[in-house]
Design a protein around this ligand. Structure first.
Ligand code: GAP
Length: 537
């Protein structure tokens, strides 16, 4: 775990230092769960969205039996009629169980407490003072614990209860240790607490932050509320959309009526979504404002299983095609008990982030639930009439729903690497490099003059200008050329072009590959073709 934490810290630090991601409103101390994308980050994120739009809306992979897929795009408003959220079930049911610590007052997701306890520093430390007795019972080693508590400015009362957290923390741990027997890790230690038996002991689960007692869980709706218009009363309440999907369902008839599209077809949308997450965490992974890229694919109910398989596999392959290693990716089919009441099947595309394996995207067979709900609540007919079969039905919906920020973070984590490269004197030095897939790289090509004289800057600038209309191009003439390469490696730029003395004599330049660090000499006029050819790979 420390190694992975260390890796995540390095990625976060590089992302800040090089202008990928900044904390939102940082000059005022930031705001939890909100992030800004800097100059390199915005290009990276845009490339993720462009790749998705191109590969899903414009050129979707052929369907079963080589069938061409029909797709249409949408861009809906963030604030919608509040009835939408009544129909979708978000108003009544889009909530997480929340507990509050009575000591430090932090609000936390009740269903994540055990996982957090397993990782929190004080449990890891205090557990070292559990001593196993010959009879198999484990007790807290008082002196060790006293020393630990004193060092951290915490008081321990006789009877081994932390004074700040009366009768909770240590008695909880002693009880727990006694039950779990001789050998246990911190994770096993807290896993037990999630069991029914533990609930029956009447002991209160401690807060992962301070060890204090937690309140009972209560439901907390995740939708951000606002008011539309001048009056701030119950009649003007509206919500920032928590998903883009509902805008698609509301427009399904509009798209059918204004295009020549026929079932089966998909509607795709990329846009902001907002959730008042109780515990935003793991960098941008769980934010309060984020972007989704969602597809609602409408099909005949009898074909839904086939289309579900199609999208499940297509979405997995999309991530692999853009560079996520299949060893770090998996498709996890949901157990029956995990499925929403309306869903027939669901699979998550999961990625092994440095902080653990977590969901990138969900692919679900949502049946005709959403369209039926909107038909019921709006009174509008949501059926589809098939001209050929003369059949009328409410289509089933297959929904691949991904997060732009999560995908961007996964590509950033995957790209991060450290290796060695020679410096100006040929000595090997540590190098940090972002090995992005060329389609995702924020800058595609950098152009340098070897030195700032002999006409080289003018020539290099001229080359950069010819490339700019075609791809993101960066011109740099400052500092030693080796250092300029290193800066581009950190930004993930796949190609660097250098204008040198020979360029002035024969019109050729060197072009350096980020990953192999090999240089080739090619005609300056051939740079555009060379880079374009390599970007296709
Ligand atoms: N329409 C279905 C839906 O919204 P979801 O699993 O709640 O399903 C879909 O969200 C995707 O949106 C997730 O797989 C994830 O990539 C992204 N996502 C959800 N909540 C997020 C959050 N708080 N921060 C960043 N991305 C989030």
């Amino acid at each position: 775990m420390p190694e992975e934490q260390d890796l995540m810290e390095k990625i976060v630090s590089l992302a800040k230092r090089r202008g990928f991601i900044y904390p939102s409103s940082e000059i005022y101390g930031g705001i939890n769960g909100f992030w800004d994308y800097g100059p390199l980050g915005v290009e990276l994120k845009r490339n993720v969205k462009d790749a998705w739009w191109n590969d899903i809306v414009r050129c979707p992979p052929a369907g079963p039996g080589g069938l061409p897929i029909e797709m249409a795009g949408l861009d809906c408003s963030i604030i919608m009629n509040p009835k939408v959220w009544e129909a979708s079930g978000h108003l009544a049911g889009f909530s997480d169980p929340m507990v509050t610590c009575k000591e430090c007052k932090k609000h936390q997701r009740a269903d994540q407490i055990m996982e957090q306890l397993a990782q929190c520093e004080w449990v890891q430390e205090v557990i070292q003072f559990c001593v196993v007795q010959p009879d198999g019972r484990a007790i807290i080693h008082g002196n060790g614990l006293l020393g630990w508590a004193r060092k951290r400015g915490r008081k321990v009362a006789p009877g081994l209860a932390l004074v700040r957290n009366p009768e909770v923390t240590i008695s909880w741990m002693v009880e727990k240790a006694a039950k779990d027997g001789p050998a246990f890790t911190a994770e096993e230690f807290v896993k037990h607490v999630a069991t029914e038996q533990f609930a029956q002991t009447g002991l209160v689960t401690p807060c992962p932050y301070c060890g204090g007692p937690l309140t009972e869980a209560r439901q907390f709706n995740l939708m951000f509320k606002t008011h539309v218009g001048a009056m701030e009363d119950s009649s003007s309440i509206a919500y920032l959309r928590p998903e883009t999907a509902q805008g698609i369902f509301c427009n399904y008839k509009n798209v059918l009526d204004t295009t020549r599209i026929k079932v089966p077809f998909g509607i795709a949308q990329i846009g902001k979504a907002f959730r008042n997450e109780i515990n935003p965490r793991n960098y941008t992974f769980r934010s309060r404002e984020f972007e989704q890229m969602e597809i609602e694919f409408f099909c005949h109910p009898k074909d839904a299983d086939r289309w579900y398989q199609y999208w499940r596999d297509a979405r997995y392959k999309w991530y692999v095609g853009l560079g996520l290693k299949s060893t770090k990716l998996r498709l996890r089919d949901h157990e029956k008990a995990e499925l929403a009441h309306y869903a027939r099947a669901c699979a998550d595309v999961e990625y092994e982030f440095p902080f653990g394996v977590s969901e990138l995207e969900g692919v679900a067979n949502r049946t005709d639930f959403d369209l039926s709900q909107h038909q019921k609540f709006s009174g509008r007919d949501m059926t589809y009439f098939d001209d050929e079969t003369k059949e009328r039905f409410i289509p089933y919906v297959i929904e691949p729903s991904g997060g732009v920020d999560r995908a961007t973070l996964a590509f950033l984590c995957e790209a991060y690497a450290e290796d060695e490269a020679p410096d100006e004197k040929g000595a090997m030095q540590k190098r940090t490099v972002l090995r992005f897939h060329p389609r995702l790289a924020p800058i595609k090509v950098a152009v340098f003059p070897l030195v700032k004289k002999d006409g080289m800057p003018d020539k290099a600038r001229a080359i950069a200008e010819t490339l700019k209309p075609h791809m993101t191009t960066f011109y740099d003439e400052k500092g030693a050329v080796g250092r300029r390469y290193r800066r581009q490696d950190e930004a993930g730029t796949p190609f660097c072009v250098t204008v040198d003395g020979q360029t002035m004599a024969d019109g050729t330049v060197t072009i350096r590959d980020r990953d192999s660090m090999k240089q080739e000499r090619i005609p300056a006029a051939g740079v555009l073709g060379y880079v374009e050819e390599h970007l296709k790979r």
